[in-house]
Ligand binder design. Structure first.
Ligand code: BES
Ligand code: MN
Ligand code: ZN
Length: 493
Protein backbone atom coordinates (compact mmCIF):
# COMPACT_ATOMS: atom_id res chain seq x y z
CA UNK A 1 0.00 0.00 0.00
CA UNK A 2 1.26 3.43 -0.96
CA UNK A 3 0.50 6.82 0.56
CA UNK A 4 0.58 9.98 -1.50
CA UNK A 5 -0.12 13.66 -1.16
CA UNK A 6 -1.96 15.89 -3.61
CA UNK A 7 -3.13 19.46 -3.43
CA UNK A 8 -5.18 19.59 -6.66
CA UNK A 9 -8.85 20.45 -6.28
CA UNK A 10 -11.16 17.45 -6.23
CA UNK A 11 -12.65 18.24 -9.63
CA UNK A 12 -9.19 17.76 -11.11
CA UNK A 13 -8.59 14.39 -9.48
CA UNK A 14 -9.83 10.95 -10.40
CA UNK A 15 -9.80 7.70 -8.45
CA UNK A 16 -11.61 4.47 -7.78
CA UNK A 17 -13.03 5.78 -4.54
CA UNK A 18 -13.39 9.14 -2.86
CA UNK A 19 -14.03 9.34 0.88
CA UNK A 20 -16.55 12.01 1.84
CA UNK A 21 -17.71 13.00 5.29
CA UNK A 22 -21.37 13.78 5.90
CA UNK A 23 -22.35 15.46 9.14
CA UNK A 24 -25.46 14.81 11.19
CA UNK A 25 -27.28 17.57 9.33
CA UNK A 26 -26.59 15.67 6.07
CA UNK A 27 -24.14 18.31 4.83
CA UNK A 28 -20.89 17.70 2.98
CA UNK A 29 -17.86 19.60 4.17
CA UNK A 30 -17.80 23.13 2.74
CA UNK A 31 -14.03 23.05 2.11
CA UNK A 32 -14.41 20.48 -0.66
CA UNK A 33 -15.01 22.87 -3.61
CA UNK A 34 -16.88 20.29 -5.64
CA UNK A 35 -18.18 21.17 -9.07
CA UNK A 36 -21.95 21.47 -9.39
CA UNK A 37 -22.55 18.19 -11.20
CA UNK A 38 -20.68 16.15 -8.64
CA UNK A 39 -22.26 18.01 -5.75
CA UNK A 40 -25.76 17.45 -7.11
CA UNK A 41 -25.11 13.78 -7.64
CA UNK A 42 -23.72 13.31 -4.13
CA UNK A 43 -26.56 15.23 -2.54
CA UNK A 44 -29.03 13.09 -4.40
CA UNK A 45 -27.57 9.97 -2.76
CA UNK A 46 -27.48 11.61 0.65
CA UNK A 47 -31.11 12.68 0.27
CA UNK A 48 -32.17 9.09 -0.29
CA UNK A 49 -31.80 8.98 3.48
CA UNK A 50 -30.29 5.52 3.81
CA UNK A 51 -26.93 6.61 5.26
CA UNK A 52 -26.71 5.49 8.85
CA UNK A 53 -26.77 8.29 11.40
CA UNK A 54 -24.32 6.61 13.73
CA UNK A 55 -21.01 8.41 13.95
CA UNK A 56 -18.24 6.68 12.03
CA UNK A 57 -20.49 4.46 9.92
CA UNK A 58 -19.29 4.13 6.34
CA UNK A 59 -21.09 3.01 3.17
CA UNK A 60 -20.09 2.81 -0.46
CA UNK A 61 -22.13 3.96 -3.52
CA UNK A 62 -21.35 4.06 -7.23
CA UNK A 63 -21.15 7.52 -8.81
CA UNK A 64 -20.10 8.98 -12.16
CA UNK A 65 -17.72 11.79 -13.02
CA UNK A 66 -14.10 11.09 -12.20
CA UNK A 67 -14.73 8.73 -9.29
CA UNK A 68 -16.12 5.23 -9.66
CA UNK A 69 -17.44 5.14 -6.13
CA UNK A 70 -17.98 7.30 -3.11
CA UNK A 71 -17.57 6.12 0.45
CA UNK A 72 -19.71 8.28 2.73
CA UNK A 73 -18.80 8.42 6.37
CA UNK A 74 -20.90 10.01 9.08
CA UNK A 75 -19.19 12.62 11.27
CA UNK A 76 -20.27 14.90 14.08
CA UNK A 77 -21.48 18.42 13.36
CA UNK A 78 -19.08 21.33 13.84
CA UNK A 79 -15.87 20.61 15.68
CA UNK A 80 -17.00 17.62 17.63
CA UNK A 81 -15.26 14.70 15.92
CA UNK A 82 -12.85 13.35 18.53
CA UNK A 83 -9.66 11.41 17.91
CA UNK A 84 -11.51 8.29 19.03
CA UNK A 85 -14.32 8.93 16.53
CA UNK A 86 -11.63 9.34 13.90
CA UNK A 87 -10.12 5.91 14.52
CA UNK A 88 -13.56 4.34 14.47
CA UNK A 89 -14.50 5.99 11.19
CA UNK A 90 -11.10 5.23 9.66
CA UNK A 91 -11.53 1.56 10.57
CA UNK A 92 -15.04 1.53 9.13
CA UNK A 93 -13.91 3.21 5.92
CA UNK A 94 -11.14 0.72 5.24
CA UNK A 95 -13.27 -2.27 6.24
CA UNK A 96 -15.94 -1.24 3.74
CA UNK A 97 -13.40 -0.55 1.01
CA UNK A 98 -11.36 -3.71 1.48
CA UNK A 99 -13.63 -6.13 -0.40
CA UNK A 100 -13.94 -3.74 -3.36
CA UNK A 101 -11.42 -3.53 -6.14
CA UNK A 102 -10.15 -0.04 -5.49
CA UNK A 103 -6.63 0.78 -6.34
CA UNK A 104 -6.76 4.52 -5.81
CA UNK A 105 -8.49 6.10 -2.86
CA UNK A 106 -8.79 9.86 -2.49
CA UNK A 107 -9.08 11.07 1.06
CA UNK A 108 -9.66 14.83 1.38
CA UNK A 109 -8.16 15.42 4.81
CA UNK A 110 -9.63 18.84 5.66
CA UNK A 111 -13.04 17.26 6.31
CA UNK A 112 -11.69 15.62 9.45
CA UNK A 113 -9.60 18.46 10.87
CA UNK A 114 -10.84 20.42 13.86
CA UNK A 115 -9.61 21.82 17.17
CA UNK A 116 -9.01 18.36 18.56
CA UNK A 117 -7.63 16.67 15.44
CA UNK A 118 -4.81 18.19 13.39
CA UNK A 119 -3.37 17.13 10.02
CA UNK A 120 -0.46 15.19 11.46
CA UNK A 121 -2.66 13.20 13.79
CA UNK A 122 -5.33 12.52 11.17
CA UNK A 123 -2.88 11.34 8.53
CA UNK A 124 -1.12 9.16 11.11
CA UNK A 125 -4.36 7.56 12.19
CA UNK A 126 -5.67 6.98 8.65
CA UNK A 127 -2.34 5.44 7.65
CA UNK A 128 -2.34 3.19 10.69
CA UNK A 129 -5.96 2.16 10.17
CA UNK A 130 -5.45 1.42 6.46
CA UNK A 131 -2.46 -0.83 7.12
CA UNK A 132 -4.27 -2.46 10.02
CA UNK A 133 -7.47 -3.19 8.08
CA UNK A 134 -5.66 -4.35 4.94
CA UNK A 135 -3.52 -6.71 7.03
CA UNK A 136 -3.87 -10.31 5.84
CA UNK A 137 -3.12 -13.25 8.08
CA UNK A 138 -0.09 -15.00 6.72
CA UNK A 139 -2.05 -18.25 6.60
CA UNK A 140 -0.99 -21.70 5.49
CA UNK A 141 -4.10 -22.19 3.35
CA UNK A 142 -3.31 -23.98 0.08
CA UNK A 143 -5.33 -21.53 -1.95
CA UNK A 144 -3.35 -18.31 -1.96
CA UNK A 145 -5.27 -15.04 -1.80
CA UNK A 146 -4.52 -12.57 -4.54
CA UNK A 147 -3.12 -9.65 -2.66
CA UNK A 148 -4.04 -6.12 -3.63
CA UNK A 149 -0.64 -4.62 -3.16
CA UNK A 150 -1.17 -1.69 -5.46
CA UNK A 151 -3.57 0.25 -3.30
CA UNK A 152 -2.82 3.92 -3.13
CA UNK A 153 -4.23 6.28 -0.57
CA UNK A 154 -4.02 9.85 -1.72
CA UNK A 155 -4.39 12.46 0.99
CA UNK A 156 -5.76 15.59 -0.63
CA UNK A 157 -4.92 18.78 1.26
CA UNK A 158 -3.37 22.24 1.02
CA UNK A 159 0.33 22.43 0.18
CA UNK A 160 0.94 24.18 3.49
CA UNK A 161 0.00 21.04 5.40
CA UNK A 162 2.15 18.64 3.43
CA UNK A 163 5.09 18.46 5.79
CA UNK A 164 2.95 17.64 8.83
CA UNK A 165 1.02 15.07 6.81
CA UNK A 166 4.25 13.46 5.61
CA UNK A 167 5.37 13.18 9.21
CA UNK A 168 2.02 11.66 10.18
CA UNK A 169 2.28 9.09 7.38
CA UNK A 170 5.80 8.18 8.44
CA UNK A 171 4.84 7.58 12.08
CA UNK A 172 1.61 5.79 11.13
CA UNK A 173 3.40 3.50 8.70
CA UNK A 174 6.18 2.64 11.13
CA UNK A 175 3.75 1.87 13.97
CA UNK A 176 1.55 -0.25 11.72
CA UNK A 177 4.53 -2.19 10.41
CA UNK A 178 5.55 -2.97 13.99
CA UNK A 179 2.01 -3.92 14.98
CA UNK A 180 1.63 -6.09 11.86
CA UNK A 181 4.84 -7.94 12.73
CA UNK A 182 3.41 -8.51 16.21
CA UNK A 183 0.24 -9.91 14.61
CA UNK A 184 2.19 -12.13 12.21
CA UNK A 185 4.22 -13.66 15.04
CA UNK A 186 1.16 -14.12 17.24
CA UNK A 187 -0.85 -15.77 14.47
CA UNK A 188 1.83 -18.28 13.52
CA UNK A 189 1.19 -21.82 14.76
CA UNK A 190 3.19 -22.86 17.81
CA UNK A 191 5.02 -25.60 15.93
CA UNK A 192 6.54 -22.88 13.74
CA UNK A 193 6.77 -19.95 16.14
CA UNK A 194 9.10 -21.59 18.64
CA UNK A 195 11.60 -19.87 20.97
CA UNK A 196 14.23 -20.39 18.26
CA UNK A 197 11.96 -18.76 15.66
CA UNK A 198 11.52 -15.69 17.89
CA UNK A 199 15.28 -15.55 18.41
CA UNK A 200 15.81 -15.55 14.64
CA UNK A 201 13.28 -12.75 14.27
CA UNK A 202 15.24 -10.64 16.72
CA UNK A 203 18.40 -11.25 14.68
CA UNK A 204 16.59 -10.15 11.55
CA UNK A 205 15.30 -6.93 13.11
CA UNK A 206 18.74 -6.20 14.55
CA UNK A 207 20.29 -6.63 11.11
CA UNK A 208 17.68 -4.46 9.38
CA UNK A 209 18.04 -1.57 11.82
CA UNK A 210 21.63 -1.82 13.04
CA UNK A 211 20.75 -2.94 16.55
CA UNK A 212 22.43 -5.53 18.67
CA UNK A 213 20.79 -8.89 19.28
CA UNK A 214 22.16 -11.50 21.65
CA UNK A 215 20.51 -14.87 22.14
CA UNK A 216 21.35 -16.99 25.18
CA UNK A 217 20.80 -20.76 25.05
CA UNK A 218 19.90 -23.14 27.87
CA UNK A 219 23.47 -23.46 29.08
CA UNK A 220 23.99 -19.71 29.23
CA UNK A 221 20.65 -19.27 31.01
CA UNK A 222 21.82 -21.87 33.54
CA UNK A 223 25.03 -19.92 34.08
CA UNK A 224 22.92 -16.87 34.95
CA UNK A 225 21.14 -19.01 37.59
CA UNK A 226 17.70 -18.24 36.23
CA UNK A 227 16.23 -21.20 38.11
CA UNK A 228 12.67 -19.93 37.96
CA UNK A 229 12.67 -19.41 34.17
CA UNK A 230 14.40 -22.75 33.58
CA UNK A 231 11.84 -24.63 35.69
CA UNK A 232 9.15 -23.68 33.15
CA UNK A 233 11.28 -24.79 30.19
CA UNK A 234 12.05 -28.18 31.77
CA UNK A 235 9.02 -30.00 30.36
CA UNK A 236 9.66 -29.05 26.74
CA UNK A 237 11.88 -30.43 23.98
CA UNK A 238 12.21 -26.92 22.57
CA UNK A 239 15.29 -25.14 23.85
CA UNK A 240 14.56 -21.95 25.81
CA UNK A 241 16.11 -18.78 24.40
CA UNK A 242 16.76 -15.57 26.29
CA UNK A 243 16.67 -12.79 23.70
CA UNK A 244 18.36 -9.44 24.25
CA UNK A 245 17.94 -6.54 21.81
CA UNK A 246 19.66 -3.19 22.12
CA UNK A 247 18.86 -0.01 20.21
CA UNK A 248 21.35 2.62 21.30
CA UNK A 249 20.53 5.87 19.56
CA UNK A 250 20.30 8.05 22.66
CA UNK A 251 23.21 9.70 24.44
CA UNK A 252 25.80 7.21 25.68
CA UNK A 253 25.16 8.24 29.27
CA UNK A 254 21.40 8.06 28.97
CA UNK A 255 19.78 5.25 30.94
CA UNK A 256 17.79 2.87 28.76
CA UNK A 257 14.12 2.02 28.74
CA UNK A 258 13.88 -1.74 29.08
CA UNK A 259 10.92 -3.63 27.60
CA UNK A 260 10.39 -7.19 28.81
CA UNK A 261 8.01 -9.48 26.90
CA UNK A 262 6.52 -12.81 27.99
CA UNK A 263 7.43 -15.34 25.33
CA UNK A 264 5.60 -18.58 26.13
CA UNK A 265 5.24 -19.96 22.60
CA UNK A 266 2.68 -22.47 23.87
CA UNK A 267 1.08 -22.61 27.31
CA UNK A 268 -0.46 -26.02 27.93
CA UNK A 269 -0.48 -25.26 31.65
CA UNK A 270 2.21 -27.90 32.22
CA UNK A 271 1.39 -30.57 34.86
CA UNK A 272 -1.46 -28.26 35.99
CA UNK A 273 -2.81 -28.95 32.52
CA UNK A 274 -5.38 -26.57 31.07
CA UNK A 275 -8.78 -27.82 29.93
CA UNK A 276 -8.97 -28.64 26.21
CA UNK A 277 -11.43 -25.97 25.08
CA UNK A 278 -9.68 -23.17 23.16
CA UNK A 279 -6.28 -24.44 24.25
CA UNK A 280 -5.00 -23.61 20.74
CA UNK A 281 -5.29 -19.94 21.72
CA UNK A 282 -2.39 -20.43 24.10
CA UNK A 283 -0.17 -20.07 21.05
CA UNK A 284 -0.84 -16.36 21.70
CA UNK A 285 0.96 -16.59 25.04
CA UNK A 286 4.02 -15.09 23.34
CA UNK A 287 2.23 -11.86 22.42
CA UNK A 288 4.22 -9.90 25.01
CA UNK A 289 7.39 -11.05 23.25
CA UNK A 290 5.85 -10.28 19.84
CA UNK A 291 4.97 -6.80 21.14
CA UNK A 292 8.57 -6.17 22.16
CA UNK A 293 9.77 -7.31 18.71
CA UNK A 294 7.14 -5.15 16.98
CA UNK A 295 8.08 -2.13 19.07
CA UNK A 296 11.78 -2.67 18.37
CA UNK A 297 11.02 -2.77 14.65
CA UNK A 298 9.13 0.52 14.83
CA UNK A 299 11.80 2.08 17.02
CA UNK A 300 14.32 1.09 14.34
CA UNK A 301 12.11 2.29 11.50
CA UNK A 302 11.72 5.71 13.15
CA UNK A 303 15.29 5.65 14.39
CA UNK A 304 14.10 7.10 17.70
CA UNK A 305 16.86 8.98 19.56
CA UNK A 306 16.57 6.79 22.65
CA UNK A 307 18.32 3.87 24.28
CA UNK A 308 15.85 0.99 24.26
CA UNK A 309 16.57 -2.56 25.40
CA UNK A 310 14.24 -5.48 24.69
CA UNK A 311 14.41 -8.61 26.87
CA UNK A 312 12.49 -11.74 25.94
CA UNK A 313 12.49 -14.89 28.03
CA UNK A 314 10.94 -17.48 25.74
CA UNK A 315 10.12 -21.18 26.10
CA UNK A 316 7.19 -23.62 26.01
CA UNK A 317 5.15 -24.68 29.05
CA UNK A 318 4.56 -28.43 28.59
CA UNK A 319 3.74 -31.48 30.72
CA UNK A 320 6.46 -34.17 30.74
CA UNK A 321 8.13 -36.69 33.01
CA UNK A 322 10.76 -34.09 33.73
CA UNK A 323 8.39 -31.13 33.94
CA UNK A 324 8.20 -28.94 37.03
CA UNK A 325 5.51 -30.15 39.46
CA UNK A 326 3.14 -28.48 41.90
CA UNK A 327 5.03 -28.37 45.18
CA UNK A 328 8.46 -27.93 43.59
CA UNK A 329 10.52 -25.10 44.99
CA UNK A 330 12.88 -23.20 42.70
CA UNK A 331 15.49 -20.50 43.29
CA UNK A 332 15.18 -17.43 41.08
CA UNK A 333 18.15 -15.44 39.76
CA UNK A 334 17.45 -12.87 42.50
CA UNK A 335 18.06 -15.56 45.15
CA UNK A 336 14.43 -15.53 46.28
CA UNK A 337 12.83 -18.98 46.45
CA UNK A 338 9.44 -19.79 44.92
CA UNK A 339 7.05 -22.61 45.75
CA UNK A 340 5.30 -23.55 42.52
CA UNK A 341 1.73 -24.38 43.51
CA UNK A 342 0.37 -24.22 39.98
CA UNK A 343 2.55 -24.82 36.94
CA UNK A 344 0.05 -22.85 34.84
CA UNK A 345 1.16 -19.63 36.57
CA UNK A 346 4.33 -19.81 34.47
CA UNK A 347 4.47 -16.32 32.96
CA UNK A 348 5.56 -14.71 36.20
CA UNK A 349 8.18 -17.45 36.63
CA UNK A 350 9.96 -16.57 33.40
CA UNK A 351 9.44 -12.82 33.75
CA UNK A 352 10.86 -12.57 37.28
CA UNK A 353 14.30 -13.70 36.14
CA UNK A 354 14.22 -11.33 33.18
CA UNK A 355 13.33 -8.49 35.58
CA UNK A 356 16.37 -9.37 37.69
CA UNK A 357 18.51 -9.46 34.55
CA UNK A 358 17.24 -5.97 33.67
CA UNK A 359 19.03 -4.54 36.74
CA UNK A 360 22.36 -4.66 34.92
CA UNK A 361 21.24 -1.90 32.55
CA UNK A 362 20.64 0.53 35.45
CA UNK A 363 17.46 1.35 33.57
CA UNK A 364 15.50 4.59 33.52
CA UNK A 365 12.29 2.53 33.31
CA UNK A 366 11.36 -1.14 32.93
CA UNK A 367 8.03 -2.12 31.39
CA UNK A 368 6.97 -5.73 31.07
CA UNK A 369 4.23 -6.80 28.69
CA UNK A 370 2.52 -10.15 29.22
CA UNK A 371 -0.57 -12.23 28.51
CA UNK A 372 -0.34 -12.94 32.20
CA UNK A 373 -3.73 -13.78 33.68
CA UNK A 374 -7.20 -14.93 32.73
CA UNK A 375 -8.33 -12.84 35.70
CA UNK A 376 -7.33 -9.70 33.81
CA UNK A 377 -9.84 -10.60 31.08
CA UNK A 378 -12.52 -11.02 33.76
CA UNK A 379 -11.66 -7.62 35.23
CA UNK A 380 -11.35 -5.48 32.10
CA UNK A 381 -12.65 -7.54 29.18
CA UNK A 382 -11.14 -6.92 25.77
CA UNK A 383 -11.05 -3.13 25.54
CA UNK A 384 -8.30 -2.05 27.88
CA UNK A 385 -4.89 -3.43 28.72
CA UNK A 386 -4.19 -3.37 32.48
CA UNK A 387 -1.40 -1.15 33.81
CA UNK A 388 0.14 -1.89 37.20
CA UNK A 389 2.76 0.40 38.73
CA UNK A 390 3.66 1.93 42.05
CA UNK A 391 4.95 4.94 40.18
CA UNK A 392 2.05 7.33 39.48
CA UNK A 393 3.94 9.31 36.88
CA UNK A 394 4.94 6.24 34.90
CA UNK A 395 1.42 4.78 35.14
CA UNK A 396 -0.11 8.06 33.97
CA UNK A 397 2.37 8.38 31.10
CA UNK A 398 1.34 4.92 29.92
CA UNK A 399 -2.38 5.67 30.25
CA UNK A 400 -1.90 8.99 28.41
CA UNK A 401 0.02 7.24 25.62
CA UNK A 402 -2.84 4.73 25.42
CA UNK A 403 -5.41 7.51 25.07
CA UNK A 404 -3.36 9.45 22.54
CA UNK A 405 -2.81 6.42 20.35
CA UNK A 406 -6.29 5.03 21.03
CA UNK A 407 -4.78 1.78 22.28
CA UNK A 408 -6.33 2.15 25.67
CA UNK A 409 -5.16 1.00 29.06
CA UNK A 410 -6.65 1.18 32.55
CA UNK A 411 -4.82 1.29 35.86
CA UNK A 412 -5.19 -1.44 38.44
CA UNK A 413 -4.08 -1.29 42.10
CA UNK A 414 -0.77 -2.72 43.24
CA UNK A 415 -1.15 -2.15 46.95
CA UNK A 416 0.98 -3.97 49.51
CA UNK A 417 -2.19 -5.31 51.17
CA UNK A 418 -2.37 -7.90 48.41
CA UNK A 419 1.16 -9.20 48.94
CA UNK A 420 0.30 -11.56 51.82
CA UNK A 421 -1.81 -13.66 49.44
CA UNK A 422 1.50 -14.96 48.09
CA UNK A 423 2.72 -16.29 51.46
CA UNK A 424 4.20 -19.80 51.46
CA UNK A 425 5.06 -22.02 54.43
CA UNK A 426 8.01 -23.47 52.56
CA UNK A 427 9.61 -20.79 50.38
CA UNK A 428 9.94 -17.00 50.16
CA UNK A 429 6.71 -16.92 48.19
CA UNK A 430 4.18 -19.03 46.33
CA UNK A 431 3.63 -18.51 42.62
CA UNK A 432 -0.15 -18.10 42.99
CA UNK A 433 -2.37 -16.15 45.34
CA UNK A 434 -5.72 -17.89 45.05
CA UNK A 435 -8.80 -16.95 43.06
CA UNK A 436 -9.33 -13.44 44.37
CA UNK A 437 -7.64 -10.55 42.52
CA UNK A 438 -5.71 -12.90 40.27
CA UNK A 439 -4.23 -10.25 37.99
CA UNK A 440 -3.17 -8.14 40.99
CA UNK A 441 -1.43 -10.96 42.86
CA UNK A 442 0.41 -11.81 39.62
CA UNK A 443 1.60 -8.20 39.45
CA UNK A 444 2.51 -8.31 43.16
CA UNK A 445 4.64 -11.37 42.47
CA UNK A 446 6.54 -9.52 39.73
CA UNK A 447 6.96 -6.40 41.90
CA UNK A 448 9.17 -8.41 44.25
CA UNK A 449 11.74 -8.65 41.46
CA UNK A 450 11.46 -5.06 40.25
CA UNK A 451 12.49 -3.07 43.29
CA UNK A 452 15.64 -1.50 41.91
CA UNK A 453 14.13 0.70 39.20
CA UNK A 454 10.91 2.39 38.08
CA UNK A 455 8.70 -0.36 36.78
CA UNK A 456 5.31 -0.97 35.22
CA UNK A 457 3.59 -4.17 34.22
CA UNK A 458 1.04 -4.36 31.39
CA UNK A 459 -1.29 -7.35 31.35
CA UNK A 460 -2.50 -7.84 27.76
CA UNK A 461 -4.41 -11.10 28.27
CA UNK A 462 -7.64 -9.41 27.14
CA UNK A 463 -6.28 -7.22 24.34
CA UNK A 464 -3.58 -9.16 22.47
CA UNK A 465 -5.90 -11.28 20.33
CA UNK A 466 -9.52 -11.80 19.28
CA UNK A 467 -11.27 -15.16 19.63
CA UNK A 468 -14.16 -16.59 17.64
CA UNK A 469 -14.81 -16.01 13.95
CA UNK A 470 -12.32 -13.13 13.89
CA UNK A 471 -9.62 -15.09 15.66
CA UNK A 472 -6.36 -13.26 15.23
CA UNK A 473 -3.72 -11.19 16.98
CA UNK A 474 -4.49 -7.48 17.36
CA UNK A 475 -0.98 -6.07 17.50
CA UNK A 476 -1.81 -4.35 20.78
CA UNK A 477 -0.23 -2.61 22.67
CA UNK A 478 2.42 -1.68 20.09
CA UNK A 479 0.79 1.68 19.37
CA UNK A 480 0.57 2.55 23.07
CA UNK A 481 4.24 1.76 23.65
CA UNK A 482 5.43 3.60 20.55
CA UNK A 483 3.46 6.67 21.65
CA UNK A 484 5.01 6.35 25.11
CA UNK A 485 8.49 6.24 23.56
CA UNK A 486 7.79 9.14 21.17
CA UNK A 487 6.56 11.16 24.15
CA UNK A 488 9.81 10.28 25.94
CA UNK A 489 11.85 11.78 23.11
CA UNK A 490 9.90 15.02 23.57
CA UNK A 491 10.23 15.34 27.35
CA UNK A 492 13.97 14.61 27.41
CA UNK A 493 16.16 17.60 28.19
N1 BES B 1 -1.30 -17.47 29.72
C1 BES B 1 -2.16 -17.64 30.82
C2 BES B 1 -3.11 -16.47 31.01
C3 BES B 1 -4.26 -16.40 30.05
C4 BES B 1 -5.29 -17.31 30.12
C5 BES B 1 -4.33 -15.38 29.16
C6 BES B 1 -6.35 -17.20 29.27
C7 BES B 1 -5.41 -15.24 28.31
C8 BES B 1 -6.42 -16.17 28.36
C9 BES B 1 -1.36 -17.77 32.12
O1 BES B 1 -0.14 -18.39 32.00
C10 BES B 1 -2.18 -18.59 33.06
O2 BES B 1 -2.41 -19.72 32.76
N2 BES B 1 -2.59 -17.99 34.16
C11 BES B 1 -3.40 -18.65 35.10
C12 BES B 1 -2.91 -18.28 36.48
C13 BES B 1 -3.52 -19.07 37.58
C14 BES B 1 -3.05 -20.50 37.51
C15 BES B 1 -3.14 -18.46 38.89
C16 BES B 1 -4.83 -18.19 34.90
O3 BES B 1 -5.04 -17.02 34.58
O4 BES B 1 -5.73 -19.01 34.98
MN1 MN C 1 -0.32 -20.50 32.16
ZN1 ZN D 1 0.74 -18.32 30.18
Amino acid sequence: MKFQLKSDSISNLSADIIILAVNKSNKLCSSLNLNKRLKDELNAIIELGDLSMSIGSASVYPIIENFKRVCFVRIQDKDETTSEDLLKLANNIFSSIKPIKAETIILPLKQFINKKVNEEFASKLFTRAALDKFYEINSLKSEKKVKDKNNQIIFQSDKADHSSIKFGIKEGKASAQGANLTKDLGNLPPNICTPTYLANQSKKIAKDYKMKSTVLNRKQIEQLKMGSYLSVAKGSREEPKFIIMEHRKGKKTEKPIVLVGKGITFDSGGISLKPGAAMDEMKYDMCGAATVLGVMKTVGELNLPLNVVGLIPTCENMPDGLAVKPGDIVRSMSGQTIEILNTDAEGRLILCDALTYAERYKPDTVIDIATLTGACVIALGHHASAVFSKNDKLANNLLDAGNESIDKAWRMPLWDEYQTLLNSNFADMANIGGRAAGSITAACFLSRFAKKYDWAHIDIAGTAWNSGANKGATGRPVNLLIQFLINKTKTKN
